[in-house]
Ligand binder design. Sequence first.
Ligand code: C5J
Length: 223
Amino acid sequence: MPAISAQPYPFAFERATTALLLIDMQRDFLEPGGFGAALGNDVGLLRRAIGPARTMLEAARAAGMLVIHTREGHRPDLSDLPPAKKRRGGLACGIGDAGPMGRILVRGEAGHAIIPELAPCAGEPVIDKPGKGAFFATDLGAILKHRGIASLIVAGVTTEVCVHTTVREANDRGYECLVLEDCTGSYFPRFHEAALAMIAAQGGIFGWVAGSGAVIAGLASPG
Ligand code: C5J
């Protein structure tokens, strides 16, 4: 069992019972010309996670680990979009409206797709989630249970929103979560830092934080 250097103390995991969970690496959040950029955000702050996440993804695949991708979005008829979520922010162009890459956060639209650099391979589950957390109103819990998963290595965007919500949900369900500091990102660097600090605070109240290099080295070790 590899035990890797992490905050607040070493993180031990078994390849067979650990999944790599990639949260919402979608075009609308990460690409110039997408929804996130249209709201005035600097997508470069998120894009710097792409290279490390791709290297981590390739290492997880090579190690035979389960890889799961999530996408935030809604049914085309918006029947799973809470009115409060639709109203929030009072955006002139919000969820369900025609945006720069199709209807915003609607399944099947171009902007809803996972960026090509991290495209899922055949056999890797893709979880379509209507909320911020990946467990809410999805079959993620069933998939993890059926595959015997006990630990999650978590990457994706944004650190303080969908990554954090998912880690909190997972922690309450008994999963050991390691969040990859270099494979996550936020439009607000101080929120990224604070979100990671919150994970590892109080003896790891939500889990562990490490760089992807430590995990990849752990996967390469014979342990
Ligand atoms: C995610 C968001 N994926 N920030 N969504 O974090 O609205």
